[in-house]
Design a binder for this molecule. Structure first.
Ligand code: NI
Length: 201
């Protein structure tokens, strides 16, 4: 085979593998959504901006509204954290006893730049009850993967800061620690508030 043929064959094989994988995921979602749901989330041990250890056990008995991001994020993270804040504030106005059951949590995926001080200062821009957490890069990568998410450090041109490509869902976890729902970029704060009012009890 020529090099061209080898490359084409490789491309076809990769495409087939991708199709098979996507097909498998779609089939799982359609046939057994609860299997997918139960695979979202898991135990973690991180630190708050004062260096105190915080584990997932802290959030048993209440709802956790969780977002992964980083303080250097140019646009997506501040927007999503602002939406979380507005959604929770709207729920506080309409059903304060439900809103009180929800703890907003922000886990940084960029602990190298998000020092304790930077994280604490950043979190202060959002909901007053927002709990910011950090860990080592390996620890936060493991936590985001347990939420079926990803994090990827993207080097930029020399002299420029690196970017962090990451899952930008807002997850709602129940009092038992189990997945309840998640909000995508298509869900604005109005949709978030409506769904929170429906799902939180
Ligand atoms: Ni971001």
């Amino acid at each position: 085979m020529t090099r061209f043929q080898v490359r084409n064959l490789a491309l076809i094989l990769v495409s087939l593998l991708c199709l098979a994988f996507t097909g498998g995921v779609v089939a799982t979602l359609i046939l057994k959504p609860e299997a997918f749901d139960s695979a979202i989330g898991g135990p973690f041990a991180l630190q708050d901006p004062n260096g105190r250890q915080v584990t997932d056990a802290r959030y048993r008995g209440r709802y956790m509204m969780l977002y992964f991001g980083y303080t250097y994020c140019p646009d997506v993270c501040p927007t999503r954290l602002q939406e979380m804040t507005l959604a929770l504030e709207a729920l506080e106005a309409q059903a304060p006893e439900l809103a009180a059951r929800i703890t907003p949590v922000f886990i940084t995926v960029d602990p190298r730049r998000d020092t304790q001080e930077a994280l604490s200062a950043y979190a202060a821009h959002f909901h007053p009850r927002l709990e910011a957490l950090r860990g080592s890069e390996a620890e936060v990568a493991q936590v985001i993967r347990s939420f079926q998410g990803y994090v990827n450090y993207v080097p930029q041109a020399e002299g420029a800061d690196y970017l962090v490509d990451h899952t930008a869902y807002v997850y709602l976890m129940g009092p038992d620690g189990a997945y309840v729902t998640h909000f995508t970029a298509f869900d604005d704060e109005t949709e978030m508030t409506a769904r929170l009012a429906r799902l939180v009890d």
